[in-house]
Design a protein around this ligand. Structure first.
Ligand code: ZN
Length: 279
């Protein structure tokens, strides 16, 4: 009888820890399976410069078409800003990103991490130029060369501590990928990003891309290289099947791409597009 009790207790412990373990280490299994339910569409070259996966840098400036069209003043939407503070009422962000950010902040609150603040969001080219002129090249990038010009990046702070030491920063570094965000300029990747460690700067790229990047410890640069090299792959994440393909325009004005019934397209801001199908 005593033995059975111990076995039951052991079973409960394994279940508890097993569950905890799998929650923190959600498996990403990449395969080469192709979707059976596709049709072909024509995609124009301008799509290279628009979408959630754009790489922005000195060689790849933000084009006008790359600016998110749903940028809003966060202070004009009290429902979004209930759980965090704004440094300035003039802070703007893509509304889609603001929704994802709120979902993330609400999840952090359940872990008792709830002193978030947005210090910067979308910056128009004019604002970026002004910042560059005021702060200089050591602090700011010229207009068009900052991810803030997309509307998909934001600088997040803590009202309690420096982001590097704050619980808010630690929580985001560990969990933001679950909500489609990545820490864009990590400490150990400065040679790849070309940007100093910025524990506050997060970028929205969307799922399942943020999950793959986190699991493989890839920056956006490394991930886009990976997708380009793989050309096509699939994965299962949270009960959904994703098909990811890369197409290079190779100078052509348009290309034909195979798409699933539900899909999203993003350019890489260089020469191609990433098609993400979901089933
Ligand atoms: Zn930033």
């Amino acid at each position: 009888m005593k033995k059975i009790k111990w076995i039951v207790l052991l079973g409960i412990l394994v279940l508890l820890f097993g569950y905890k373990f799998s929650d923190g280490n959600r498996e990403i299994n990449i395969s080469n399976e192709k979707s059976k339910d596709t049709s072909h569409i024509t995609i124009e070259k301008e799509h290279v410069y628009y979408g959630n996966l754009l790489l922005v840098g000195l060689d790849n400036p933000v084009q006008d078409i790359g600016v998110q069209r749903d940028v809003i003043y966060l202070s004009g939407h009290p429902d979004y800003i209930q759980e965090y503070q704004l440094l300035d009422p003039a802070i703007m962000l893509s509304e889609m990103v603001a929704e994802r950010f709120s979902a993330m902040v609400n999840a952090a609150k359940k872990d008792h991490v709830n002193h978030f603040m947005i210090n910067s969001g979308f910056r128009s080219f004019e604002e970026q130029n002004q910042l560059y002129e005021e702060m200089g090249p050591a602090y700011a990038l010229p207009a068009g060369f900052s991810e803030h010009n997309l509307g998909l990046a934001l600088d997040i702070g803590s009202t309690l501590n420096k982001m590097e030491d704050a619980e808010e920063g630690k929580w985001l570094e560990k969990n933001s990928w679950k909500y489609g965000f990545i820490l864009r300029y990590p400490k150990d990747k400065t040679a790849i990003t070309g940007i100093q460690y910025e524990p506050w700067h997060f970028r929205y790229v969307g799922l399942p891309h943020s999950a793959i990047m986190f699991k493989k410890n890839y920056t956006l640069e490394q991930y886009l290289d990976y997708v380009k090299k793989k050309k096509s792959f699939s994965l299962r994440y949270e009960g959904k099947k994703y098909y990811i393909s890369y197409y290079d325009f190779k100078g052509k004005p348009s290309i034909k791409a195979a798409v699933s019934r539900n899909y999203e397209i993003s350019g890489d801001n260089k020469s191609g597009i990433i098609v993400t199908g979901v089933e």
